[in-house]
Design a protein around this ligand. Structure first.
Ligand SMILES: [Fe+2]
Length: 265
């Protein structure tokens, strides 16, 4: 049973994060944001695991993956002062390196340990490789869905907060042109998730977040996304452009089809 290991890893995480103390309240918000994010991703993954009726050990392993998935964010911010992997380091690789140097995963059996490492490595790749075994696919999909659900919450809080209350490292520096680019709009209208290389404005970033709906895997994730109204809120923050309306309506239809039409879990 992994229940005992889950408790140990949860306790380890709580003490690990206390080592990261910022010099200003504004910087501390970035650490606090990731502590809260980790707790919410854990809640989300447990919700998904329950919807899939996963056995206790798989549910516990999913919780462990959630606790560990963003451990790299703490040393990343401490060293580089950003959450932008492109200008610093891949935070998933840094999470794995950190977990190894901390030695905390040694309390797991080898198969579980490898699964945690693999799922963390895959949690932030654009698309999953097609050669994964069923369990690798399951855990990678679980963490990706659980993570996205909470990133939507974080981004919306950022966009709707007063400037002085914003966690500074949430959104990367992109020019605020007040428009979405045709390239980004076309990706979404054609049912594709936007790649970061396509982004050319701050509003493109919001469209990228909306396009993440195309990458979701489980019916329960679509239900959660819909219940929280994240797409509606993000859509309300987009510029009043015809292309944006078309893009949002394509995503809305897709979500609806996954909730109404899906017979799988
Ligand atoms: Fe992450």
């Amino acid at each position: 049973m992994l229940k005992k290991q889950l408790l140990q890893i949860s306790t380890w995480f709580d003490s690990f994060v206390t080592a990261f103390k910022a010099e200003s309240a504004q910087e501390q918000r970035n650490y606090d944001l990731k502590i809260e994010h980790t707790a919410k991703v854990r809640n989300n993954i447990e919700l998904l695991a329950d919807s899939l009726l996963l056995p206790a050990d798989k549910r516990a392993l999913a919780s462990i993956i959630a606790i560990c998935h963003d451990v790299g964010r703490f040393p990343q911010y401490a060293k580089y002062g950003t959450f932008n992997d492109a200008t610093s380091v891949n935070h998933a690789a840094l999470a794995i390196q950190t977990l190894k140097s901390e030695g905390i995963l040694q309390i797991l059996d080898e198969v579980s340990r490898d699964m945690v490492i693999q799922s963390i490595a895959l949690h932030n790749v654009f698309l999953l490789p097609d050669n994964l075994c069923p369990d690798e696919l399951l855990f990678a999909r679980l963490i990706r869905d659980a993570d996205k659900l909470d990133i939507w919450r974080v981004l919306i809080e950022y966009c709707t907060a007063q400037p002085e209350e914003r966690a500074s490292a949430v959104v990367w520096e992109l020019p605020d042109t007040g428009l979405c680019s045709d390239a980004a709009i076309n990706e979404v209208i054609n049912g594709r998730m936007i790649n970061r290389s396509v982004l050319s404005s701050a509003d493109d970033f919001k469209l990228l977040q909306i396009s993440w709906a195309y990458d979701l895997n489980f019916k329960e994730t679509f239900v959660q996304l819909s219940e929280h109204g994240y797409i509606d809120t993000l859509a309300g923050l987009l510029p009043d452009q015809n292309g944006c309306h078309g893009a949002v309506s394509a995503v809305r239809s897709f979500i609806k089809s996954r909730i109404v039409g899906a017979s799988y879990l």
